[in-house]
Design a protein around this ligand. Structure first.
Ligand SMILES: C[S@@+](CC[C@H](N)C(=O)[O-])C[C@H]1O[C@@H](n2cnc3c(N)ncnc32)[C@H](O)[C@@H]1O
Length: 214
């Protein structure tokens, strides 16, 4: 189901558990994420001409703010108001608040922001709370404009065996090859810094598919 977003506040009637879990997650620890944009996003989107972007599960806004700085007009969605408040504060500090529309939205409720976007980005859209990921990612695909890009980046190495390989995820989305061109489909390693400052190698599953122009 596709819902209109009418206010800056909550939409849909999600399972309160998802909201409670993620609110608790963000409130308990102060700032959770680094605030820096995700490296795969920077690598793949950095050379694209800016347009409209939808960031699903934007968290504390590192990606949304980076996109806005590159000239994108961003709609950034998360279930956690605390995360969105932090993101909005950082966007204001960064001088890009007018380019980002932050929305509290529970994708678990199977509602979805309205509109079509030149870029739809789902970076590590994982949740320990039951989450209809395939449905949400299919909705994400349907929100991409002709010639636009769907970018999905998942953790492959957090919990070995528990995430699908990128090929499996793409197959589940069931995108018609008459309508979509696969630009990237890969597991790629990168160096990252763990919570205690330790260097570690993590693997990202990357799917970048472009909707063909009509
Ligand atoms: C692993 S974090 C990734 C955050 C961000 N994309 C990043 O890369 O730093 C997953 C994000 O998805 C959000 N999320 C989880 N379930 C959600 C839901 N049902 N609706 C909307 N957002 C959700 C969480 O609040 C969290 O910010």
């Amino acid at each position: 189901m596709r819902d209109e977003l009418h206010t800056e506040h909550r939409e849909g009637r999600g399972d309160v558990e998802a909201e409670r879990f993620w609110e608790d997650h963000y409130r308990r620890r102060g700032r959770v994420w680094s605030g820096r944009p995700n490296p795969v996003l920077v690598d793949i989107v950095g050379s694209l001409r800016p347009g409209t972007a939808l960031d699903l599960g934007c968290g504390e806004g590192g990606d949304a703010i980076w996109l806005a700085r590159q000239g994108w007009r961003v709609t950034a969605v998360d279930v956690s108001v605390t995360a969105l408040d932090r993101a909005a504060a950082d966007a204001a500090t960064s001088g890009v608040a007018n380019r980002i529309d932050f929305r509290q939205h529970d994708l678990l409720a199977l509602t979805f922001p309205s509109g079509a976007f030149d870029l739809v980005s789902a970076q590590y859209l994982h949740s320990p709370i039951e989450f209809p990921r395939v449905h949400v990612l299919q909705e994400a695909a349907s929100a991409v404009t002709p010639a636009g890009l769907l970018l999905i980046v998942d953790h492959a190495s957090v919990s070995p065996g528990s995430w699908a390989a990128p090929e499996e995820t793409l197959a589940l989305l069931d995108l018609s090859p008459n309508e979509w061109h696969t630009e990237r489909l890969e597991a790629r390693e990168r160096e990252a810094t763990g919570p205690n400052g330790q260097r570690t190698t993590v693997t990202d599953n990357v799917i970048a598919v472009r909707r063909l122009a009509r």
